[in-house]
Design a protein around this ligand. Structure first.
Ligand SMILES: [Zn+2]
Ligand SMILES: [Zn+2]
Length: 217
């Protein structure tokens, strides 16, 4: 049986997204999204004949009351008098940290918004703490991985190394230390320094720049 393709077409507040399966009467059902954000199945015939133009639940009459419910750190206090641009109800929420925010019902129910923003800030702090922890391992090349996730030390250590610092060699001719780093087949660092410490620092900076730190132990 052949069905009329209405993919992407708009019928009132409804937009046909994908074709589902036919109902008992043989009418093709379409997965539609309503402007209010809900998704529902509607028969193509009803859509084309203008019998259904919305999910029927986006009016304030059938509003889902979220008062008193908790979403992450947020507790819904009351319905806000504002309305979001997409017509969703907005809710006045109190975060565990004490701040109050107004959040869209969809964002609450889909757990997209779970705090006033303090949760995200805390997570960001945690991540930077891990970076700080990484920085403490400076000079410890065993924790560095290359772009393919291979531990750098496992591929680059050579028997000829006499300085004790990977990537730093002593040049007898000039009497200086040479810091080198190869990345994707090219020297991204090839610099001399008067002391081993300086050369090691040069090498270490280049490692940080070109090799990702290992995020897991
Ligand atoms: Zn709706
Ligand atoms: Zn908060």
């Amino acid at each position: 049986m052949h069905y009329i393709d209405i993919t992407g077409q708009r019928f009132g507040k409804l937009v046909a997204q994908t074709c589902g399966s036919p109902d008992r009467q043989g009418n093709m059902l379409w997965h539609c999204t309503c402007d209010c954000g809900r998704t529902l199945l509607v028969s193509g015939t009803n859509l084309r004949q203008g019998r259904q133009k919305s999910c029927g639940q986006c009016g304030s009459l059938r509003l889902i009351d979220l008062t008193g419910q908790r979403f992450g750190r947020l507790v819904v206090m009351k319905r806000s008098t504002q309305r979001s641009a997409n017509g969703n109800a907005l809710w006045q929420c109190r975060c565990d940290c004490g701040k109050q925010v107004v959040v869209d019902s969809q964002r609450l129910r889909k757990h997209i918004t779970r705090s006033c923003g303090c949760l995200r800030n805390e997570l960001a702090k945690k991540r930077s703490y891990h970076n700080a922890a990484f920085r403490k391992t400076q000079g410890n090349i065993s924790r560095l991985k290359d772009a393919n996730g291979v531990f750098f030390c496992s591929t680059k250590k050579t028997k000829r190394n006499r300085t004790g610092v990977i990537g730093v060699s002593f040049d007898q001719h000039s009497g200086r230390y040479v810091a080198r780093l190869r990345y994707r087949g090219q020297y991204v660092l090839n610099q001399t320094a008067a002391t081993l410490q300086e050369a090691a620092t040069l090498r270490h900076r280049a490692e940080l720049k070109y090799f990702k730190p290992s995020t897991t132990d």
